[in-house]
Design a protein around this ligand. Structure first.
Ligand SMILES: [Zn+2]
Ligand SMILES: [Zn+2]
Length: 136
């Protein structure tokens, strides 16, 4: 688990909700889960999500407008990973590869002076969902 003094109580609650979930959560899902824990206002959740994403604790899946806890716990800033999303069961795997960072750097320097946000999303059907049906 990540311990950081700068993580405020609401940020921690939102992070815990993401870390416990086995699927990406929308801001609305998070709000529903945290209502009992005293987090009731959408702006609190949005602020926490912004903070968690900005600090590398969570990632936003643009294609489904939902969030996952970072599975690598870098805890600091942007890193080069790819999010693999199964469109059948909704689970997400985060993968990291040095060559991804190198490629991102190579491509971006042609146009950008610095990269603030990098999102690589691949979606398809995961191995578990692709298993042949053995019930017959
Ligand atoms: Zn990550
Ligand atoms: Zn799946």
């Amino acid at each position: 688990m990540i311990e950081t003094p700068s993580m405020s109580a609401p940020n921690r609650k939102v992070f815990d909700a993401l870390a416990r979930a086995d699927k990406p959560l929308s801001a609305y899902d998070i709000l529903n889960r945290l209502r009992r824990n005293g987090v009731r206002s959408p702006p609190t959740v949005y602020r926490a999500l912004d903070w968690l994403v900005a600090h590398g604790f969570a990632h936003r899946l643009e294609s489904v407008n939902a969030y996952i806890a970072c599975q690598h716990h870098h805890g600091d800033g942007m890193h080069a990973g790819a999010l693999l999303l199964c469109t059948v069961c909704g689970s997400v795997r985060e993968v990291e590869d040095e060559s991804l960072s190198r490629l991102a750097k190579k491509l971006s320097t042609r146009f950008l002076t610095e990269v603030n946000r990098q999102v690589i999303e691949l979606s398809g059907v995961c191995h578990a969902c692709c298993k042949p049906d053995t019930r017959s």
